[in-house]
Design a protein around this ligand. Structure first.
Ligand code: KIV
Length: 248
């Protein structure tokens, strides 16, 4: 079991925290070997890997199946998983899901939205709770920049402080202006990890498919490093051509 307190130390030292979504054993082995700090089984598993139309279609059983595969590929990284929307409707169900995911090997769970009572309860049971504010895909229909005016930016800072006080060990901030993410990061002792939130928070999270180019759509905030989609297409086409020519 890895400790989330290590990320507070990295934050104090000004060392960036790297987080990547991960959905399977071979990718987990790569991320772990490369020194990624937090390997994260996000509910984007639903759309990126399982072919569902929406991440809210994911069941707890599907999440657990993939968490166990990722856990088998990790030796040193911290393992985080989303609480799926399907089991996020009340506190006992969230706690039960968190305990099951903990049995599968996670070090912490992420819960979307402003729910201080959930973080208090998770802290009482000794499970690390990570919050997710700004654009929260489980709760907001269309991806859009959040906290754009001063009133909603102030609210975000206040809510982040309350979640820290409630026991959250870290916060993911998605699609908020860089200056707002910086304000939240400076207001908190726990790490603030951004996606589409500029570079002035304590770390970054990226979606694996966006990073390696498995997803053909390129998001503005994606840190795309290769074109795995094109490379896989080329490999399959080359194999097919080889078999066509060589078979009798
Ligand atoms: O599930 C997901 O991909 C996420 C992103 C914020 C990284 O929650």
């Amino acid at each position: 079991m890895k400790q989330a307190s290590q990320f507070r130390t990295l934050k104090q030292q000004g060392i960036g925290i790297s987080m990547l979504t991960c959905y399977d054993y071979p990718s987990a082995k790569i991320q772990d070997a490369c020194g990624i700090d937090v390997v994260f089984v996000g509910d984007s598993l639903a759309t990126n890997v399982l072919g569902y139309a929406h991440q809210n279609d994911l069941s707890l059983e599907e999440m657990r199946h993939h968490v166990r595969a990722v856990a088998r590929g990790i030796e040193r990284a911290y393992l985080l998983a989303d609480i799926p929307y399907a089991v996020s409707y009340d506190l006992p169900t969230i706690l039960d899901a968190a305990e099951q995911l903990q049995q599968d090997g996670v070090d912490g769970v992420k819960v979307e939205g402003f729910k201080p009572e959930v973080f208090q309860a998770l802290a009482r049971t000794g499970i690390d709770g990570w919050a997710h504010l700004g654009f929260t895909p489980q709760l907001i229909e269309k991806p859009a920049m959040q906290a754009k005016d001063s009133e909603s930016a102030d609210r975000l800072v206040t809510e982040s402080r309350s979640l820290e006080a409630a026991g959250a060990v870290g916060i993911i901030l998605e699609l908020v202006p860089e200056a707002v993410a910086q304000r939240v990061s400076e207001a908190l002792k726990i790490p603030v990890i951004g996606i589409g939130a500029g570079l002035l928070c304590d770390g970054q999270v990226q979606v694996w498919h966006d990073l390696i180019g498995l997803e053909t759509h390129v998001y503005k905030h994606a840190f795309r490093q290769c074109d795995a989609h094109a490379e896989q297409m080329a490999a399959v086409q080359a194999y097919r051509k080889f078999v066509l020519r060589s078979s009798h």
